[in-house]
Design a protein. Sequence first.
Length: 317
Amino acid sequence: MKNLSPRLIIDPYLNQSVIYAPNRAKRPRNPKQSKKECPFCPKHEAKTPPTAYQILDLTMKKWQVRVVPNKYPFLTPVSSRLSGKTKICGFHEVIVEVPEHKKKWHSYSNHSLLAVFQAICDRMDHFTRRKKIKSVIFFKNEGTQSGASLPHPHSQIVALPFIPSALKKKITASRKHHRKHGNCWYCQSIKRSQKEKRQVCETQSFVAITPVISNFPYQVQIFPKKHLHDFQSSQASYGDLAKIVKVTIRSMFKKLKDPDYNVLLHTAPNQNAFHWHLEILPRFEGIAGFEIAAGIDINPITPERAAIDLKKQLRKK
C-alpha cells in the first residue's frame, strides 16, 4: 500500500522547504459546487470529519462557525518520516465560517465576522499550548485564482512543529530593528504611511495601509494601532477588526470588480518585537516567469496609487 503521509524536505544549501502531500491530489475541485453537493452546508456534517470546535447560534439552535480536520491535509497528527530519520507531525483544519453556501467577508454581518475571528483565536490558543507546535498559520483563499477549490465560505489553520522561513525572516528582522533602534519597525511604518499617503482607512483600534513593498496590486495590511505581537492579544477589539476588514474588502470589491483574494494572518506569540497584522492580497494577475526566476515581483500599481484608488471607493455609496 502506498504511503500517503505528508513529508517535509529541507534543502540545507538554499534553506528551502517543500511538503510532499500525495493525499492532496484527491481533494475535489468544484468552484461551482451546488448546495446539494456541498460538504460544508448544514445537515451535511456527515460528509466531513467530526467537528473539532464550533460556535453555536443559540437563537437559531444551530452552528454559526464549525471547525473540522481537513479531509485532505498536508500535515497530520500522525508522525511521518523526514529524510529517513526525523519525524514531523502537525494539524490542518478547515474553518467553515458561515452556514450560508455563498458569501464573502465584506457581506458578512459584523457579528458573523467577529465569530470567525474568535474561532481563529480559540484554535490558535488550542494549538500553541502543545509543546511540539512552534507556529500556527491562518489563511483564506477566496476564489479560484487564490487557490480555493470549493465555493462555500471557509478558511484554514495549519499548526506546524517549526517556524516557516517566511515568518522566521520577519521575526528576525523585527528583533534586529528593535535591538538597533529601540522601537518597532512596523509601528514606524504605520507612522510613515500617513505622511506618504499610503493609509486607506482606520478605526478606533486598527489602521489599513498599502505597504511600501507591495507584491501584489492593491495589497493591504491591517495593523492594530497598539503594538501587539500576537493576534490573541487583540481579542477585545475583534468587533472593530471586523469593521475595518469589511470596509477594506468592500473598497477592493468596488474598484477591482469582485476580485479573488488571499487573506493571511502574521502573528508571533512570545515575540515581543513583532507586530501582528492581517494581509489582504487581491489575485487577478498570475505570477509569470521573471518573478519566479528572479524572485522579484512586478507590480504595475504603486502603493500610493492603490491607497488613493481604494479611498475613493470608500467615499462612494
